[in-house]
Design a protein around this ligand. Sequence first.
Ligand code: BES
Ligand code: MN
Ligand code: MN
Length: 454
Amino acid sequence: MDKIIAHIDQNKKRYQDELFALLRIPSVSADPKHKDDIRKAAEWTRAKLAAMGCSARLQETPGHPIVYGEWLKAPGKPTVLFYGHYDVQPPDPLNLWTTSPFEPTVRDGNVFARGSADDKGQFLANVLGVEAFFQSDGQPPVNVKFLIEGEEEVTSHNLEKFVTDNTELLKCDEIIVSDTAQFGPGYPAICYGLRGICYMEVFLRGPKMDLHSGEYGGAVANPANVLGRLIGRLHDPATGKVAIPGFYDDVVELSAAEKAEFGKLPFDEAQYRSRLDVAETPGEKGYSILERVSTRPTCDVNGITTGYHGVGGKTVIPAEASAKISMRLVPNMDPKKIRAAFESYIRSLCPPAVQVRFENHGMARPVVVPTDSPALAKARAALEKGFGAKSVLIRSGGSIPVVETFKDKLGVAALLVGYGLPDDNLHSPNEKFSLDDFHRAIKTAAYLVAELGK
Ligand code: BES
Ligand code: MN
Ligand code: MN
């Protein structure tokens, strides 16, 4: 192992150059104008896997290509599948970035770029950890498969189908996913649960056309007003709970042991508020912030479109109003059931004066994995060596749709070994990734491969 770690230390500069090259490709999956960039990032990843000794190809889908690579020349040894995503979120709003999102820039030991932590820096660390074996030992002590997709940020629809249809190809003993975060600096973490999501958009149509609010105001239902009332009824202000009937029916409460474990994690609520510059952190009564953001379901407006957005005032009753509303789900909520409950609640609140219509923008099932597996113990040991600190067990509030599919279709509970930090500004301006953590992550990946090969 010493030789491998020395090799990783010697290649620090090259690793950063490679990461920066990947970060320069604006592979924004949500925006059709980046279609060619998406392909470039996929091709970059494929070429990287091929250059280190894997057979690698692009799997076309109706959307963006999946990169699949494998090296299976360790007979009798376990097979480890690494999952990650090369697509990134849109960088907007651009004016809030200190430096350009696709020109990686180092400040204070962090690289700032869209996709640095989510997920290019993280999946590349795993690739480089495996590469170190090829380059210094000849070969890794396990068989490896890589599945790097380009549609995670747009709900992994095509990947789910690919996994479902290719269970033989993807057959493996362990799955490593590095797309979550550490608990904090000095607290490397294994994540054992992710929230699911049900993302809806509701459209309200009032009068047939926009109307002068002086001539018609008072006579017709304004869909923007109605939308505001609907949104106001999504939560019960007394309890902070989501008010959709049946919403909590399938929610599994935290066990006493889990609550105790979460309670032990050093979480400074006041510091959290000050980082976000908010006076209060209201939410569901009876749960800490940490519990609320990782183990409780939510309902949030993500965007509203209606009326006049231009400069100055315009006296108008808009004909339409719409809101994008996403619900984060926890075990054992079923996104389809939640969608139906959401739609019927909204319909029940809507006056006949407006017509309502819905669109779905994606669903993912929540997932938890066992914390007592031998592989998880190995992952904790690897993290401890790579990061020089004891790891903790956490659950995360974000979603990685394919993790539940892996469990369901491949029968493998993924190990979520996250290398990022909670303040990496994922999906926000000035996304960053610590270069020291990038280096530690590469070592962790190498330790993990060594552990799994034992
Ligand atoms: N890597 C994140 C998920 C994540 C973030 C997990 C932080 C744990 C901590 C992932 O790329 C992501 O953003 N997922 C989307 C999925 C959605 C589009 C279906 C999410 O959670 O919003
Ligand atoms: Mn991600
Ligand atoms: Mn993301």
